[in-house]
Design a protein around this ligand. Structure first.
Ligand code: SMG
Ligand code: MG
Length: 368
């Protein structure tokens, strides 16, 4: 396969409600959509970087820049391009996993579309539909939080994840537990908001029977996660800390986590995500698919990833309507707590031209 050209597009999608985490409040999802033109047809992808470098060091316009300035010129110069070759060709460029993941995803889509194979089958998926959960942001009041959780449980979500930060942890978790009972699968995600000196406080979460506590400490701080894991009954799950299969092996060896949140963008692509899954499987550790408020493109590909056997917990792959009134693709809906894995070739979905045009704020074309 030869790469012939590319189109980089920014789209802007307002959120149905603001999404607040310990990192800040988001009211719009600006996304970078990539369309590759190859000798065998086109491939689509999105880059999941945020506007600002807060969740990770990457940010959206920076990702677009590294893609246009370094990644695409290198790939456009290659005679033979295949999905596994993308990470190899871009290996000399350090960092930028979300930008690399977007490029690899578009090459995967083009190549699998040409081969008539779906991403789930290619990765080794074993499920036609996957169990899903929902991530609930920090709210102004406990009442507001209870209203949201009630709405999502009624919609059928199989797991509720509460965003926490110092000052918004024990009380909201207690209120949700007391209101909805012990059978609700409940987790919390701190997005690195705590310090090692908070270990005693965090142990206070043990009484609520949570499935896991996600990323309480800084990404590079495996040591504090291991200290917490040693004294807490609730399993520790890492998100921001795991940027490769190698990281996953290191974290597991150090006892820093016993569950892993896999996000393809964070680890540099779907192929590395598969390797993180394999490392976890080899350790008998469950994984689940994280979310970055993806458009339908990333949502489709994440559903394929979550169809692998090691994805044993519901993912942050919610219905389109949880975030957007209009998406660039057809919407995904939840039925009985599950979303169907797209069955078509490649990532199994393409943008709808009308919606894509309506939501696009800028377009740029690249040729050899
Ligand atoms: O796509 O449903 C989604 C978002 C899920 O909470 C979610 N993602 O740390 O797991 C996480 C966050 C990262 C994005 S908000 C900064
Ligand atoms: Mg997280």
């Amino acid at each position: 396969m030869k790469l012939c050209g590319a189109e980089l597009r920014f789209v802007s999608m307002p959120l149905v409600t603001p999404f607040r985490t310990s990192l800040g409040t988001q009211t719009v999802r600006n996304a970078l959509v990539l369309r590759l033109e190859t000798s065998q047809g086109e491939g689509w992808a999105e880059c999941v970087a945020d506007d600002e470098p807060d969740y990770s060091p990457e940010y959206l316009t920076g990702a677009a820049d590294v893609i246009r300035r370094f990644f695409l010129p290198r790939l456009l110069a290659m005679e033979e391009l295949d999905p596994a070759g993308v990470a190899v060709a871009l290996g000399g460029f350090r960092g930028h996993p979300m930008a690399k993941s977007a490029v690899e995803m578009a090459v995967l889509d083009a190549s699998l579309r040409a081969a008539g194979m779906g991403l789930s089958a290619y990765l080794g998926g074993v499920r036609r539909r996957v169990p899903v959960g929902v991530s609930v942001g920090i709210t102004d009041t406990i009442d507001e939080l209870l209203g949201l959780v009630d709405k999502y449980l009624t919609a059928g979500y199989l797991r509720i994840k509460l965003k926490i930060e110092p000052g918004w942890d024990i009380e909201p978790v207690r209120a949700v537990r007391e209101t909805f009972g012990p059978s609700v699968a409940l987790t919390v995600d701190a997005n690195t908001a705590y310090r090692q000196s908070d270990i005693r406080h965090l142990r206070g979460l043990d009484e609520f029977g949570l499935l896991l506590v996600e990323q309480p400490f800084a990404p590079e701080n495996l040591h504090s996660h291991a200290r917490l894991a040693a004294v807490m009954e609730t399993p520790i799950c890492l998100d921001e800390s795991i940027t490769s299969a190698h990281d996953a092996a290191t974290a597991l060896r150090q006892g820093a986590c016993s569950i892993i949140n896999i996000k393809p963008g964070r680890v540099g692509g779907y192929l590395e995500a598969r390797r993180v899954h394999d490392v976890a499987q080899a350790h008998g550790v469950p994984v689940w698919c994280g979310g970055m408020l993806e458009t339908g493109l990333g949502r489709a590909a994440n559903l394929a990833l979550a169809s692998l056997p090691g994805f044993q917990l519901p993912g942050d792959i919610s219905a389109t309507a949880r975030y957007f009134t209009e998406d660039i693709t057809a919407p995904f809906a939840v039925a009985e707590g599950h979303i169907e894995v797209p069955a078509g070739p490649g990532i199994g979905i393409t943008p709808s031209a009308d919606s894509l045009d309506r939501l696009t704020t800028s377009i740029e074309r690249l040729t050899p």
